[in-house]
Write a protein that binds this ligand. Structure first.
Ligand code: ADP
Length: 215
């Protein structure tokens, strides 16, 4: 199965992938994580990408494709893509890669959230520095200051500041939002309301996939 998770920054893509990948036996390919890893390791691609990420604007397509194309091509078990595609060029490129292998996207899940929710979620989001688990007011608890899964400390992403958040929303609306129509026309879009609890969202996606498989 080949899935794409679509949605504004902070829509809950990362949280849902963490919950879905094990249940569906799929590999998670996250463009943002791969880019941040490249930045941290100071690779050439990472150095080129760093400033764009900090400002909340898109990294150039060639950098992203260089990081992702082989991963997508070589993933045989099936994948959930998160953060890619982020514009029409990338969406068409993804179709091309899959077409060339006689594969296709099965479903694009679009998480819909209000702008006020996005700003609120991102400005207080913490990420585990080791396993990448995402924490927020709801799942942090009053006293924990380290990751419940692996014990490592939290950090706040460089681009989770008000200025970069505003820019990321603008970038999303301009470049990524049009993909909703692109996939709607292909009849592989599943819209889900992202304001619900993570548990409810996961369950609805799984129910939908179950129904789809039986059709
Ligand atoms: P979020 O969805 O929370 O904004 P991500 O972790 O997916 O964050 O991405 C962080 C940043 O990495 C983006 O703001 C952008 O600068 C860059 N980026 C991630 N994926 C892509 C992509 N497919 N194309 C271009 N830039 C990307």
């Amino acid at each position: 199965m080949h899935l794409v998770l679509l949605g504004a920054p902070g829509a809950g893509k990362g949280t849902q992938v963490e919950r879905l990948k094990g249940k569906l036996g799929l590999v998670h390919i996250a463009a943002g994580d791969l880019l941040r890893k490249a930045v941290k390791e100071r690779t050439l691609l990472g150095q080129k990408a760093e400033n764009f990420i900090k400002q909340g604007i898109l990294v150039s397509d060639d950098i992203v494709l260089e990081l992702l194309e082989d991963k997508i091509r070589e993933e045989k078990k099936g994948f959930i893509l998160d953060g890619f595609p982020r514009n029409l060029f990338q969406a068409k490129k993804l179709d091309e890669i899959l077409d060339g292998q006689n594969r296709r996207l099965d479903l694009v899940i679009n998480l819909e959230v209000k702008e006020s929710t996005i700003i609120e979620r991102l400005s207080r989001r913490l990420v585990c520095s080791s396993c990448g688990r995402i924490y927020n007011k709801e799942n942090l608890g009053d006293f924990s200051s380290t990751c419940r899964v692996c014990g490592a400390s939290f950090f706040q992403r460089d681009d989770d500041n008000p200025e970069a958040i505003r820019e990321r929303i603008k970038t999303y609306l301009k470049h990524t939002h049009p993909l909703i129509n692109y996939y709607r026309k292909k009849k592989i879009l599943y819209n889900i309301e992202g304001e619900q609890s993570p548990e409810e969202i996961t369950q609805k996606i799984l129910n939908f996939l179950g129904r789809k498989e039986k059709i």
